[in-house]
Structure formats: structure tokens, C-alpha cells
Design a protein around this ligand. Sequence first.
Ligand code: NAP
Length: 299
Amino acid sequence: MEKQRVLITGGTGLLGKALILTAPENVKIAITHLHEVTFDLPESIDSYKIALDDPLSLVDLVKRFKPDIVFHTAGMGSVDEAEKNKDYAKKINLEILIPIIESLNAINATIVFISSNAVYDGEDPPYTETSEQRSVNFYGELKILAEKYVRENAKRFIIVRPILMYGWPEKGRRDNPFSWIVKKLSNNEPLKLVNDTITMPLLDKDCADVCWKSLHFLGEDFNIAGCEKITFYEFGKAIEKEFGYDSSLLSAVGSDAFPTIARRPKDTSYDISKVQRLLGINPVGVSEGTRYLKETKIH
Ligand SMILES: NC(=O)c1ccc[n+]([C@@H]2O[C@H](COP(=O)([O-])OP(=O)(O)OC[C@H]3O[C@@H](n4cnc5c(N)ncnc54)[C@H](OP(=O)(O)O)[C@@H]3O)[C@@H](O)[C@H]2O)c1
């Protein structure tokens, strides 16, 4: 049987790496990235350095690689960067979808678009796939517009909305709250974490699992989070406990102690019953997630 051809834009990112690690056997994978790859990729994977503000190169890759499926994970993930550089963020998080979708429609390929919990304002949790979308920052506004564009224009699509994701980033790649907390506590640095913002930390591998299994459900969208509703401070305590760090290093503060460029919603926790019911996936909580990461530390 011919292998399915899968293109992962942003294959060096947190989710991209998890998609590679959880890929079924019968797929041929190619990835794109922005910076040089300074770590080992499996030999079977072709990698292409293509910036999202270079649509012609991306379209050319689609024409040459002819994917059946594209996991579109690449983009500007920093909410504050998007608020600071609105024109650039709009270009790479929204406008790039126009040429990508046109080229995918031409070959009947499926796009799995990775959205975000930032499409919700945090005023009325828990959020389901049918909840009203209203964002408190520019990054979230772009995700809302991007989802709308995908729904109205892609012939074959799925939308996945992860909440705060954590895992081991590849060397030199963007930290996430887990890897950042580990860095600080392992260096015995005191750390203040907010105790008034609620999240449901999502292990990267669980998000990747949802992405792969979602492929049987064209036209659907999935809100995906870990199974526990906690504050960032509680997340830090779980990491401290699992890794055995000094318990005097962490302290709890209110979010007004950390003014941010972009506004953050207070509580975008999800109802994840659709993922559980349709995909049969039960995402882990932070104790199990951090234990798994301790056992699979990559560097
Ligand atoms: N992480 C979260 O907590 C979270 C939560 C909700 C939604 N999301 C969404 O999930 C998706 C994946 O997130 P992630 O955390 O895996 O992202 P990430 O770790 O920041 O990785 C981003 C990927 O995109 C590539 N990239 C970044 N800017 C690019 C550009 N201008 N041109 C081309 N490629 C570019 C990066 O390449 P290099 O590695 O070469 O730099 C990397 O491969 C994103 O759409 C994000 O908005 C993430």
C-alpha cells in the first residue's frame, strides 16, 4: 500500500516534534522550519527551511511533495510578539493560509489547522467547540479569522484548538512553561508563578495524538486540553514535586505582578468531552505528564 504523504509545517516546534514521534508507520513525512536544524531528525524525514513570509516556496514544496495531509503548526506562537508586530503576525499567522489552501485544494489534500484557546475571552468557561469566539488579544483575533478562512475555503479540513502545551522542546527552540520552570528550578533560582490564571496543561504528545486521530473526522473541530484544571503556580508545584526540586524556590503571586504586552484571558478551561467521545482520547493530568517527561528527557 502506498504511504500517505504528510507535510508538517513547523516540524521543529513542540507540536511538530510530537507529531513526528507519534506518527503511524505507513506515512512519508516532510517538515518545514525557519531556523537551521541543529539536532538529529530521523533519516526518512525530508526537511525544508522555508519562511512563512515566502509563500511561493511553500506552494512550490506542496506541488513537489504532493502531501495528502498537511499539519499546519508553523507560525508565531508568542502572544506578546503578535501584539508587538501586528503586520508581520497577520502575514504569517493568517495571510499565508490563502496560498496554502489554494494549493492544497488543487490536489484534494487535507489541512489540519492548529488554532488555540486564545480564540476565547476566558469569561465563560468551560469552552466547548460550539462556544462563542471572542478574543482578548491580537494573536487570538488572528486565530479566529484563520479558522473562519479555513472553514470557508478549504475543501478538506480539521481544526484542532490546543490549550497551553508542554513538553521538551528541541535544543535552541522556544521554551514552554514546563521547560522554563525546569530550567529555573534546576538552577536553584527562585521563581514566582501566578495563582489567579487557570489553565489545563496539555502534554504535547496528547495533542499530537488528537491531530492524528482527528484525520477520520473531516470538517470537525476539537478543543483539546489536559484533564486537570489548575493555576500556573500549581503546575510549578507539580513539576517541583516530580523532579524533586527545593520546595522553597516557588512562590505564588497575582498576575498583576507580571504586566504583559498582550492581555491574557483568566480562565479558558475546556470541556473535552468531544475528544473523549469521538476520538477515544483521555489526555493525562500534570502528575502523569511530568512523570512521562522525566522518563523521556531528551537533553
Ligand atoms: N504551545 C502552546 O502552548 C500552544 C497553545 C495553543 C495553540 N498553539 C498553536 O499550536 C501551533 C504549534 O505550536 P508550537 O508550540 O508547537 O510552536 P513552536 O514550538 O513555537 O514551533 C513553531 C514552529 O513554526 C516554525 N516557525 C515559526 N515562525 C516561522 C516563520 N516565520 N516561518 C516559518 N516557520 C516558522 C518554527 O521553526 P523553527 O523551529 O525553525 O524556529 C517551528 O518549527 C501554533 O500554531 C500555535 O499557535 C500552541
